[in-house]
Design a protein around this ligand. Structure first.
Ligand code: ATP
Ligand code: MG
Length: 317
């Protein structure tokens, strides 16, 4: 099977008005691609713009600039019915599986709805497709699961239903926005393994959004580190963990148990990045232990320093 790019995002900008003619820009010229059957892990602390990127990809929000190429079609500015049709390609799974399921509907009803709405395969009955989906996500015996309501399932099982619902339309890629962070630690690995099976068996591409570098590495083929709406560093997962070059990545790593190869880097402040449109310099400058004058006046470009490893820093380690 070919492993070409499913999705290519170029110079994506998202901004929101905050009054008095001002805008915040939580996504600022972000570019990346996701191949078939590949997981790209998007890592960054709260407010770095991860969910905003995810929502732009599935077109819950419209970007201000840039392109989102799916195949050879740019979906950045599609509207209305085109967006509904695009849902067949692009699905999103959220952090809170309870909030995303309707408490008055059975699991069967949750799955029947998207299957009927986007039905492409009429040779298989809706009933059979529901059974197949539940089996695929490990919710067996399926005849029991079908009749249950969300409150009768555990958090992990509910997240599996949310994943099954995303799969119901045969998507090309799924944005999984912190899908395990509200689950018990003991069942997190099972959900990550399920995503890995889907990647491998169905060739689905994933954007896996997380705070945590350990799970980013566990499931991601590549990792992209985001701060203040900009990509700080991106590389193949093993490479990024072993040879982090951006001071922010190194900081994140020091907060990850078992990863102290580079030694801790002292944090100089924990102020939030300035997201105002028109700000200048590196978004991490205020907190960076290696900051110099140039960092405050010039935005460092993202530069490839070795094959597949890029960093945006005036002073890479
Ligand atoms: N609709 C909106 N209007 C104004 N500002 C917004 C809007 N949506 C997001 N933002 C701002 O954009 C920034 C990035 O938000 P986003 O939700 O993408 O962060 P995140 O990385 O997903 O954070 P978390 O880890 O907490 O989920 C935040 O400062 C947020 O306040
Ligand atoms: Mg978020």
């Amino acid at each position: 099977m070919s492993k070409g790019p499913l999705l290519e995002v170029k110079d994506l900008v998202v901004h929101f008005p905050i009054g008095k003619g001002q805008f915040v820009r939580p996504v600022d010229h972000v570019s990346f691609s996701i191949n078939e059957g590949e997981v790209l892990s998007l890592v960054g602390e709260s407010g770095s713009g991860k969910s905003t990127i995810g929502k732009a990809l599935v077109r819950m929000i419209e970007p201000a600039e840039g392109s989102i190429l799916v195949g050879d079609r740019d979906v950045a500015h599609i509207r209305g019915r085109e967006i509904m049709a695009y849902r067949r390609d692009a699905q999103m799974v959220f952090q809170d599986p309870f909030g995303s399921l309707n408490p008055t509907r059975t699991i069967e009803q949750h799955l029947a709805f998207p299957i009927r709405k986007h039905r492409t395969n009429r040779s298989v009955s809706v009933d059979k497709q529901i059974d197949e989906l539940l089996e695929k996500v490990g919710l067996t015996p399926v005849s029991e699961t079908r009749r249950k309501f969300p409150h009768e399932l555990s958090g992990g099982q509910r997240q599996r239903v949310a994943i099954a619902r995303a799969l119901a339309v045969n998507p090309k890629f799924i944005v999984a926005d912190e899908p395990i962070s509200m689950l018990d630690v003991s069942i997190r690995a099972g959900i990550l393994r399920l995503m890995n099976d889907l990647r491998r068996d169905l060739n689905i591409g994933f954007l896996y959004i997380t705070h945590d570098l350990a799970s980013a590495r566990y499931i991601g083929n590549r990792i992209m580190v985001l701060y203040g709406g900009k990509v700080m560093e991106t590389a193949e997962s093993g490479e990024l963990i072993k040879y982090p070059t951006h001071p922010y990545t190194r900081l994140l790593l020091t907060a990850t148990p078992g990863n102290r190869q580079r030694g801790p880097l002292p944090e100089t402040s924990n102020s939030a990045p300035n997201l105002l449109e028109g700000r200048v310099g590196c978004p991490f400058a205020n907190r960076c232990p290696l900051v110099s004058d140039v960092c405050r006046t010039q935005d460092p470009p993202l530069v490839e320093t070795s094959a597949g490893h890029s960093v945006a820093c005036h002073h890479p380690a």
